[in-house]
Design a protein around this ligand. Structure first.
Ligand code: SF4
Length: 74
């Protein structure tokens, strides 16, 4: 649920810094470019409630964004 996906407490300083340096934002400023249509997005699964990103650890929201956004190759 949403609360779990907001929880960054399991991440160390390095991981927090990584998502920051990639320009991760919880709400995309570019409406067509979102984590859930990014090639590097890891969709939620039964085991993992929140989405993720191949570039860093921790929860990633479907409507988030970072400067490494790349179109998904179908
Ligand atoms: Fe989202 Fe950026 Fe990861 Fe793509 S690379 S899933 S835009 S955080």
């Amino acid at each position: 649920d949403i609360t779990d996906c907001d929880d960054l407490s399991g991440l160390d300083e390095e991981e927090l810094e990584k998502r920051k340096s990639l320009g991760y934002e919880e709400e995309t400023p570019v409406s067509d470019n979102r984590c859930d249509n990014c090639q590097l997005y890891l969709p939620p699964t039964e085991k993992r409630k929140c989405g993720g990103c191949q570039l860093f650890k921790g929860p990633v929201k479907p409507g988030a964004y970072c400067t490494y956004w790349a179109p998904r190759v179908e």
